[in-house]
Ligand binder design. Structure first.
Ligand code: NAP
Length: 249
């Protein structure tokens, strides 16, 4: 069985990833605050295993307990074939000039976009050590890590941190006998709730809002299904992890 642990599966890219992975040969472990009934329904139809765990990734200190449950699930299989972690859950807000950012909003953004994937990665490396199988981690980052716009300092900083973390872990894994392959990936611009949130910002808070409205109007946003297909092709490719930062799908 191929195991996929995916965060942020209640909607958007994470849901599309989970939907495409539902198959008799895979067991998807889905993590979001909200459960996704569509995934449960389709898993039954496609004779696929799908476990949904309602979990708030802002609760960093509970992540080890979350992995106890994940290990219990995978441990029922005497010969797992592969285990992958996709750190996909993320948030855009707060979008505003730095002088207007407040402590709680900064903390939530950096916690969900950076500290949670770091903690998930650390827990994954520890928990999966005993399984000498193909292990991979895909961190869903953003072009905003490099393409800086006024108002997005928080989001850009957390995603740039995620890229550096992925590159650092990649360096560490080079010396291991059963290395875990890891990469941070920029998925492009995708038609999800996150893009709707950007388009609703006012121009005073986010002066470049027009660029995002125009991109949507001109049909430049990808569908979550298209992006999920590209991400999974990358994750399952032979050379996944040879480049720890993938800027174009
Ligand atoms: N859309 C784009 O154009 C775009 C571009 C570049 C990068 N990305 C990245 O792609 C990833 C997915 O984005 P998306 O567009 O699919 O966003 P989305 O539609 O807003 O979905 C975000 C997902 O994250 C989950 N999530 C949010 N807060 C959470 C929390 N505290 N604990 C657990 N899960 C939480 C949400 O589930 P619950 O609310 O149910 O918890 C939801 O499933 C993000 O990392 C984003 O930064 C997106």
């Amino acid at each position: 069985m191929n195991y996929y642990i995916i965060t942020g599966t209640s909607r958007g890219i994470g849901e599309a990833l989970a939907l495409q992975l539902l198959a008799p040969s895979s067991h998807i472990i889905c993590i979001s605050r909200t459960l996704n009934p569509r995934l449960t329904e389709l898993a039954t139809e496609r004779n696929s295993a799908c476990t949904q765990l309602a979990f708030d990734l802002l609760e960093l200190k509970q992540i080890d307990s979350l992995f106890d449950e994940i290990v219990r699930i995978i441990g029922q299989d005497h010969q797992p074939n592969s285990i992958a972690l996709i750190n996909n859950a993320g948030m855009l807000s707060p979008v505003s000039p730095a002088e207007r950012l407040d402590a709680q909003a900064i903390a939530d953004n950096v916690t969900l976009n950076l500290l949670a994937p770091m903690t998930m990665t650390a827990a994954f490396l520890r928990a999966m050590e005993a399984w000498q199988v193909d292990k991979r981690i895909l961190n869903v980052s953003s072009g905003s890590a490099k393409f800086l716009l006024p108002g997005q300092s928080c989001y850009s900083t957390s995603k740039a941190g995620l890229d550096t973390f992925s590159k650092s872990v990649n360096v560490e894994q080079q010396t291991k006998s059963h290395r875990v392959k890891i990469a941070s990936v920029y998925p492009g611009m995708i038609d999800t709730q996150m893009q709707s949130e950007i388009r609703e910002l006012d121009a005073e808070t986010f002066p470049h809002v027009g660029l995002f409205i125009q991109a949507a109007e001109q049909g430049q946003l990808q569908t979550p299904a298209y992006t999920a297909e590209k991400l999974l092709a990358l994750l399952n490719s032979d050379d996944f992890g040879s480049e720890p930062l993938v800027e174009a799908l």
